[in-house]
Design a protein around this ligand. Structure first.
Ligand SMILES: [Zn+2]
Length: 379
């Protein structure tokens, strides 16, 4: 018989709907299942309103309140990976049709009834052709992004879809008006939660708690007070005299992925797996490149997620603080001063400790990126 670790991973879809998928992932370990969950929540790009210019607002809500509500509205982002550029990667200076979308909201109430301003009032307009020199993308930039967009790319989810309630932005009464121009951009949820395509991602494993990863609190009857969930039907119940297996590991995970409509559940899972693969490939590349590799050009470092691999974690090599470092000091870079030098731009619980102690930053130390611009996400 094959050992469990030699088996190929399996996926069995139990339910697939427009905005959710339920599947069973088998023959993977807990770390992988959790990585997939986290990647789906935080690393899949979508489009969301990122800048709001308010021309008129005579509603009861202040400008920033409305701007925040607009940012949270899910916009249709199918194939966003290829259909849009990050503004930071674009050759334009102030936004262009490759990296930005323009939505306008222009409503006024003229009768005595209270009027709901909703996401259905948001209109996507063609990107205005600005003739200011230097602001548009470079002449030789022939992006294919626009041709990869669907008909309703950037529209609020469910706009004018019968039977689907729109997102309420505010309510206005007679004489009140809202006139707004929004710029939507591509981003991921590590920058701002509004970019997350998922409203919920969860998985369960070991429904009988055979592995004892959970300790149930109960008063008198553990079975009566903790009824089994649906997923328990998928597994063998433990025998009453079953001996606890210290070496058992979970290998079956019951996933439920629910999206906000900006992307379909199928796209979220597939892109999640692809993103995870890319991250791991970058990590392997970083490990193979060895200690002499230029860390600034290392993909693992550029993504800001990987530990520095050539420096062991010791008392003298820790994080530099991103908040208190002067602008010229990169995170964890070799320019960070040591604590002994009297500079106070590092975290410390022992202000008087000698050089090298506490939270001082040593050369190449810590988790930071050596380049502030590269610090962060998918740059
Ligand atoms: Zn652009």
């Amino acid at each position: 018989m094959q050992a469990p670790e030699d088996l190929e991973p399996t996926v069995r879809i139990r339910e697939l709907k427009k905005d959710r998928v339920n599947f069973v992932l088998g023959n993977v370990d807990l770390a992988f299942a959790n990585s997939l969950r986290r990647v789906m929540m935080a690393d899949i790009p979508t489009v969301a309103i990122d800048m709001v210019e308010i021309e008129t607002n005579t509603t009861v809500l202040p400008d920033e309140f409305i701007a925040h509500r607009l940012g949270m509205i899910p916009l249709i982002s199918a194939n966003c990976d290829e259909a849009m550029r990050y503004t930071r990667d674009c050759t334009c200076i102030a936004g262009c049709s490759f990296c930005s979308l323009i939505l306008v909201l222009n409503v006024a109430c003229h009768d005595d009834n209270t009027m709901n301003v909703t996401s259905n009032h948001l209109e996507v307009i063609p990107f205005p052709q600005m003739d200011i020199e230097g602001l548009l993308p470079q002449q030789d930039d022939v992006g294919e992004e626009i041709s990869k967009r669907g008909e309703y790319f950037g529209y609020p989810v469910g706009k004018n879809e019968p039977g689907r309630a729109p997102v309420l932005i505010t309510k206005i009464r007679k004489g009140q008006e809202l006139k707004i121009r929004c710029t939507a951009k591509k981003g991921i949820a590590k920058e701002h939660a509004k970019f997350s395509p998922c409203s919920a991602v969860s998985f369960e494993y070991d429904p009988y708690n055979k592995l004892r990863h959970t300790t149930y609190w109960y008063e008198t009857d553990i079975k009566g007070e903790w009824p089994l969930g649906e997923n328990a039907k998928e597994e063998e119940p433990p025998r009453d005299d079953e001996v606890f297996d210290f070496n058992a590991k979970p290998n079956k995970f019951y996933f439920e992925v629910e999206t906000d409509g900006s992307l379909g559940p199928q796209e979220v899972v597939m892109k999640g797996l692809a993103e995870l693969q890319t991250k791991l490939a970058n990590l392997i590349l970083g490990l193979k490149s060895g200690p002499d590799h230029d860390m600034a050009s290392n993909d693992v470092q550029a993504n800001g997620h990987g530990p520095v691999i050539d420096t062991p974690w010791t008392a003298g090599t820790t994080w530099a603080s991103p908040n208190t470092a002067p602008p010229t000091t990169a995170w964890g870079g070799s320019t960070s001063p040591s604590r002994g030098g009297g500079a106070s731009n590092s975290w410390s619980s022992q202000p008087n400790s000698g050089g090298g102690g506490g939270w001082a930053a040593g050369a190449n130390a810590g988790w930071g990126s050596p380049d502030r611009r590269a610090n962060g996400w998918n740059v």
